[in-house]
Design a protein around this ligand. Structure first.
Ligand code: COA
Length: 328
């Protein structure tokens, strides 16, 4: 029987500290009403004072490994999608490899691909499993509260911290990845991102004095438009790959950027809202953790029984986008 490729373990983690919209009014000129109306976000989770990207990632990874019944020594590779690494260099994957107790296997970050990073990593892991075998641990993890500006109301209220993990493998008894697509439009690279600290604008005393070192650059309206069109197009592409329509899908799990983006993508694809999983109200935009966190919650609530067909899609800085079709 032909081997399937997919995931056999899924885990997620959010830190305990709750940051409400009301809490944000102590830092910036904003209101619960504005945030809820424009984004649908009511609260988000922030990492504790001593909690870092690796801590969040490890918590999700342990759950996924346990569910997959995979021992650390069996891992063939580790891929970490994050825009908020543990340190600037080396990558977060090196720390995860050591802490989880994996062998001396390839471990690397997909850094900077924003909220699409996790699905890009899934795409990569599936092809690596096909060539070299599995299992591969894939993480999407962000602790953005630690390194974003808490003074920029245009961006700070949007984000939250969290982690999601999958163990990708081949075999029969797994959730199959039926189709994947990923893409990039680098002509829009400067529309969303964190520019300070790279070689173009190195970190300096001046940028620190201007208090822009943690600034997230974002043209909100352009991001909004592109997010809707790219996620919708990516979703259509994976459906076309298998000859299905949106009617065949049991649950749609898009990147949890903003409630208005979610509603627009669902509408453009023709999904009734009952078929769309939404948790942005509780966690905000958790970047690369958003899709696995939402899928994990939906699965734990019994929303994807055996046989379910699930469509995932994401969009982020780059611009990068991706979609994945799953058969439970
Ligand atoms: C960011 C976003 C919510 C802003 O909503 P919008 O309807 O486009 O709002 P506008 O840009 O028209 O801003 C309206 C006003 O609200 C103000 N504003 C911005 N953030 C605010 C906040 N947190 N509280 C109160 N007012 C705020 C702006 O300063 C602006 O004021 P002005 O008109 O006096 O200049 C929206 O553009 C969006 O969701 N974009 C996508 C962002 C995203 O998802 N990024 C991550 C993608 S992976």
């Amino acid at each position: 029987m032909q081997q399937k490729i997919g995931f056999r373990g899924l885990g997620a983690y959010v830190p305990e500290r709750v940051m409400t919209n009301e809490d944000w009014t102590r830092y910036v000129d904003t209101s619960d009403e504005w945030i809820v109306e424009r984004t649908g976000i009511h609260q988000r989770r922030f990492a504790g004072e001593k909690e870092t990207t690796v801590d969040l990632g490890m918590a999700a990874a342990r759950l996924a490994m346990e569910e997959a019944a995979v021992q650390p020594g069996e891992l063939r590779e580790i891929i970490v999608a994050t825009d908020t690494p543990e340190v600037y260099n080396p990558d977060t994957a090196a720390y995860i490899q050591h802490q989880i107790g994996a062998g001396e296997v390839p471990a690397y970050d997909l850094a900077g691909s924003g909220c699409a990073g996790f699905l890009q990593a899934v795409d990569l892991a599936c092809s690596r499993v096909a060539v070299r075998g599995g299992p591969i641990l894939v993480l999407g993890v962000e602790a953005i509260s630690k390194i974003m500006s808490w003074q920029d109301r245009n961006t700070c209220v949007l984000f939250g911290d969290g982690a999601g993990a999958m163990v990708i493998d081949q075999g029969q008894d797994l959730v199959e990845v039926l189709a994947v697509t990923t893409g990039t439009d680098g002509s829009k690279a400067d529309i969303l991102g964190k520019e300070i600290g790279g070689t173009r604008v190195p970190f300096s005393k001046e940028v620190a004095e201007d208090n822009v070192h943690n600034r997230v650059v974002m043209n909100g309206r352009e991001v909004f438009k592109e997010a809707v069109s790219r996620m919708s197009a990516a979703a259509h592409e994976v459906l076309n790959q298998v000859g299905w329509s949106t009617d065949d899908i049991d649950l749609f799990v898009p990147h949890q950027a903003n409630i208005r983006i979610l509603h627009s993508v669902a509408k453009s694809l023709g999904f009734p809202l009952e078929k769309v999983y939404i948790n942005v109200q509780d966690y905000g935009n958790t970047g690369s953790a958003s899709v696995p966190l939402a899928l994990w919650e939906a699965r734990n609530k019994g929303m994807v029984p055996a046989g379910s067909k699930v469509l995932l899609t994401a969009f982020g800085a780059g611009f990068h986008w991706a979609a994945v079709l799953l058969q439970f």
